[in-house]
Unconditional design. Structure first.
Length: 90
């Protein structure tokens, strides 16, 4: 997870605007950050196992995962300075 102090402002904000205490707010933030840090590969493997456990067949699973992928955000891959520069300047 991010630097321990990096999210202090957000934790304080959630404490002021919700009924969460600091520990609860930190846990929620960590869950959200983890959710959005998932890679496509990890998501696909995890969802496949989850849907198999619910007795879906692979053809149904593959269709459902494809639909879910279109609606989800994933962590960006790590980029070098050169890769970033090439994105900007071509």
């Amino acid at each position: 997870m991010a630097d321990e102090g990096a999210l202090d402002g957000l934790i304080e904000h959630l404490g002021r605007t919700t009924r969460m205490n600091a520990a609860e707010a930190r846990r929620v933030i960590e869950e959200v950050v983890t959710y959005f840090a998932d890679t496509v590969e990890r998501f696909v493997r995890r969802r496949h196992l989850e849907l198999q456990a619910e007795q879906y067949r692979n053809d149904e699973i593959f269709e459902r995962i494809a639909a879910e992928l279109r609606m989800r955000r994933f962590a960006a891959p790590a980029l070098t300075a050169r890769q970033i520069r090439r994105m900007i300047y071509g």
